[in-house]
Design a protein around this ligand. Structure first.
Ligand code: ADP
Length: 498
């Protein structure tokens, strides 16, 4: 049997495993399992690391069975994971000493607020902002709050890492304590310019260096399997990247100016900036991108908090339709002479506006406004926000990005929405042929790492997909976007103007 690659996609709500044919990257078998969410207090979110590991082991076994392939056919393993979530475990027993603290967890808000003045130098070094989201503050909390942990950490009997690191420890029978640069770049402990753990940052967060894994590029020799009941010994882990960076790679974005946007509950945009860590004038994050040649690669990252969530709200809150997919047909019935502008800042506005206290606002309601008009306005509101985010990222990078925007995620199933996105951007949007860019990216990295394929071959492949070309003339596009910006200014004035 020809070799296959096994991609592990350990996400926030579930673990998935996908078996790929490395010649075509057709998925041969897929398995998925939800993982338990623990909310011990308001704003706290934890995962049980043993559950995470169990779900990964089970889905790997099931995906191979679904593909009808033997574990002996696996030439390489790739891992992509929920980013920023931290695990601390005992090096002797491999047992976690605490539940994983998940990226969504806000328990370090007070620390971040008290240290706000240190934001600028932390941003300069890490490309991030001082926020509870990132791992360093969570690791600091763990070491501060359990009196036994710090001495053990300093003695070197504990190991810590993001989810990829914990999974690799388990996959390799404790032989490899490693991570990749994209995951390391989300910790606030990693200097993205020098691509290494930084003593000043480690001191600042009180994290002993011996606790942390070795950092490798995303396509590398991370270790080999040992002592598992679902894979033979000696299968190499060859590709690792955090979920958004894996999706960027899976979408074939390898060069400066190439970007992808994943439209799920929120929307995540990553713009590749090549060998340069571009710092943003719009408070976008600077982050490591997956590298297959060992040289550092970078991206700018921004998020729109409410994307598919706006459609969920129309469906569940206002009950305008029964399924998210119906939003497409309904929006198509909207009257173009009834322009409603909806600024869907339901949980505040993020980059490039940054008004956390903002809320959603609709402009232009009349007695003739219908559910169809509101639905179209919601889809347009998301497309306007993503267009602003892309403009900000492209402006930070300098120059004009003309490459098509690669898209994926649940909301990208909506053709009408993607045509609107192309219209507001004035450039084409391409929906990936393969819906799962994240797992695909991990599979592709593993295949490159194992020498089964290379970037030029993958680039040719990534051009496939459904393309949506802009149809709006430049003048009309500018008029629509000017109307949107006027609406955003009014919202900002209302909520942030005092
Ligand atoms: P997540 O990974 O964040 O859970 P998914 O990628 O599964 O998200 O996408 C689900 C989101 O996409 C939901 O918020 C849903 O409202 C939205 N969605 C799904 N299908 C459509 C559609 N056809 N049109 C618009 N929105 C959609």
């Amino acid at each position: 049997m020809p070799p296959v690659v096994l991609a592990i996609d350990q996400g926030t709500t579930s673990s998935r495993a996908v078996v790929y044919d490395p010649a075509t990257f057709a998925p041969l078998g897929v398995a998925q399992q939800e993982i338990g969410q623990h909310y011990p207090r308001d704003g706290w979110v934890e995962h049980e690391p043993e559950d995470v590991w169990y779900s990964v082991a089970r889905t790997c076994r099931e995906a191979l069975a679904a593909a009808g392939r033997s574990p002996a056919d696996v030439a390489a393993v790739g891992i992509t994971n929920q980013r920023e979530t931290v695990v601390v475990w005992d090096r002797d027993t491999g047992r976690p000493v605490h539940r994983a603290i998940v990226w969504q967890d806000r328990r370090t808000t007070d620390f971040c607020r008290a240290r706000a003045a240190d934001g600028p130098w932390l941003t300069a070094k890490t490309g991030l902002v001082l926020d509870p989201y990132f791992s360093g503050t969570k690791l600091r909390w763990l070491l501060e709050n359990d009196p036994q942990l710090r001495p053990a950490a300093e003695r070197g009997t504990l190991a810590a890492g993001t989810i990829d690191s914990f999974l690799m420890w388990r996959l390799t029978g404790g032989a490899s304590h490693v991570t990749d640069a994209t995951n390391a770049s989300r910790t606030l402990l990693f200097d993205i310019h020098r691509m290494r753990w930084d003593d000043e940052l480690l001191n600042y967060f009180g994290v002993p260096r011996v606790l942390l894994p070795e950092v490798k590029p995303s396509a590398a020799a991370f270790g080999v399997t040992k002592g598992l009941d679902f894979l033979p010994d000696g299968v190499p882990v060859r590709g690792v990247a955090g979920d958004q960076q894996a999706a960027l790679f899976g979408q074939g974005c390898f060069a400066p100016g190439e970007a992808k946007c994943t439209y799920g509950t929120g929307a995540f945009l990553l713009l590749h900036t090549g060998d340069t860590p571009v710092s943003s004038r719009h408070r976008l994050l600077t982050t490591a991108a997956a590298s297959t040649d060992g040289r550092p690669k970078y991206a700018l990252e921004g998020a729109v908090f409410v994307a598919g969530a706006a459609i969920q709200w129309l469906r569940d809150g206002l009950r305008l339709f029964g399924t998210a997919a119906e939003s497409e047909e309904l929006a198509g019935r909207s009257n173009p002479a009834e322009p409603v502008v909806f600024v869907p800042g339901l949980v505040g506005l993020g980059a490039p506006h940054w008004v956390p206290e903002a809320r959603g606002v609709m402009f232009g309601l009349t007695r003739a406004t219908t559910a169809a008009d509101l639905t179209r306005a919601a889809l347009e509101g998301v497309a306007f926000q993503v267009a602003d985010l892309i403009d900000a990222a492209v402006n930070d990078l300098g120059g004009d990005a003309t490459a098509p925007l690669k898209v994926d995620g649940g909301m990208a199933r909506n053709d009408r929405f993607l045509r609107t996105q192309a219209d507001f951007l004035g450039r084409p949007v391409v929906r990936a042929a393969e819906a799962e860019s994240t797992a695909l990216g991990a599979g592709m990295l593993a295949a490159v790492g194992a020498g089964l394929t290379d970037e030029p071959a993958l680039r040719a492949r990534s051009l496939a997909g459904t393309r949506f070309d802009p149809t709006l003339g430049a003048a009309e596009r500018e008029a629509r976007r000017a109307g949107w910006h006027k609406a955003v200014r009014a919202v900002v004035a209302f909520y942030a103007g005092g």
